[in-house]
Design a protein around this ligand. Structure first.
Ligand code: HEC
Ligand code: HEC
Ligand code: HEC
Ligand code: HEC
Length: 115
């Protein structure tokens, strides 16, 4: 019986591990925005951005549990349109801290055009 209890405890630990390990809590490794039309997708290195030292709340400004940006932006009047919100946040920081700030730096099909 003791052995079974110990086994169950180990199993519970193993099952909890992925959550405790942070992989799930830190959100996706990459977020791919589909965009529409000729701009192509934007591949956002989500995990890498957090590892640069940017706090979750810097981007998830109403809290991570509030869910996707599109839950409010483009939905409630006070929130800027989704596209404007992304450009303000993403390009705003890049201009100061040195990430890509030209259209093709993020929109992958434009990248081909700009080259
Ligand atoms: C730092 C990254 C970044 C830069 C630089 C950037 N964008 Fe975006 N842009 C985004 C993201 C992220 C979205 C949201 C994509 C979505 O909703 O699918 C977006 C959305 C858009 C959209 C609406 C979605 C679409 O595919 O039509 C347009 C239009 C757009 N950007 C144009 C531009 C133009 C023009 C420039 C250059 C002046 C530019 N962007 C620079 C990240 C960027
Ligand atoms: C540089 C900005 C930025 C940072 C830093 C950041 N995130 Fe995100 N995160 C985003 C964006 C943008 C999305 C895509 C949201 C969307 O599609 O509406 C996202 C998506 C997510 C999602 C998936 C949401 C869903 O419902 O699909 C989770 C979970 C998440 N982030 C958690 C976190 C956590 C936890 C941290 C800190 C460890 C963090 N993020 C740091 C910008 C960021
Ligand atoms: C629960 C609703 C809600 C969610 C979710 C949300 N926002 Fe917002 N956001 C707002 C509202 C309302 C405003 C305008 C008032 C303010 O600045 O707080 C705003 C303002 C902003 C601004 C400031 C625009 C400016 O004028 O400087 C940016 C940038 C922004 N949001 C980006 C994001 C991004 C990126 C996400 C997803 C990671 C997100 N927001 C998720 C409601 C939300
Ligand atoms: C608070 C600052 C900050 C914010 C907010 C931010 N970035 Fe960045 N980003 C950076 C920095 C700094 C780099 C350069 C990293 C490097 O060179 O190692 C970068 C690099 C990138 C790159 C180049 C490839 C890569 O991943 O290294 C892309 C694409 C990118 N960011 C997209 C985005 C998008 C899309 C958003 C908004 C959803 C965003 N970033 C928000 C700081 C930021």
């Amino acid at each position: 019986m003791k052995g079974t209890a110990a086994f169950c405890f180990m199993l519970a630990l193993l099952l909890a591990w992925p959550l405790a390990g942070g992989a799930a809590q830190d959100g996706p490794e990459i977020v791919t925005f589909q965009g529409k039309g000729r701009l192509g997708t934007v591949d956002f290195t989500h995990r890498e951005h957090h590892e640069l030292g940017i706090a979750c709340l810097m981007c998830h400004h109403t809290g991570v549990e509030a869910g996707r940006c599109s839950g409010c932006h483009g939905v409630i009047d006070e929130a800027p349109r989704l596209q404007n919100a992304f450009h303000l946040l993403c390009t705003g920081c890049h201009k100061q801290k040195g990430g890509p700030a030209t259209c093709g730096g993020c929109h992958l099909l434009l990248q081909e055009e700009e080259q």
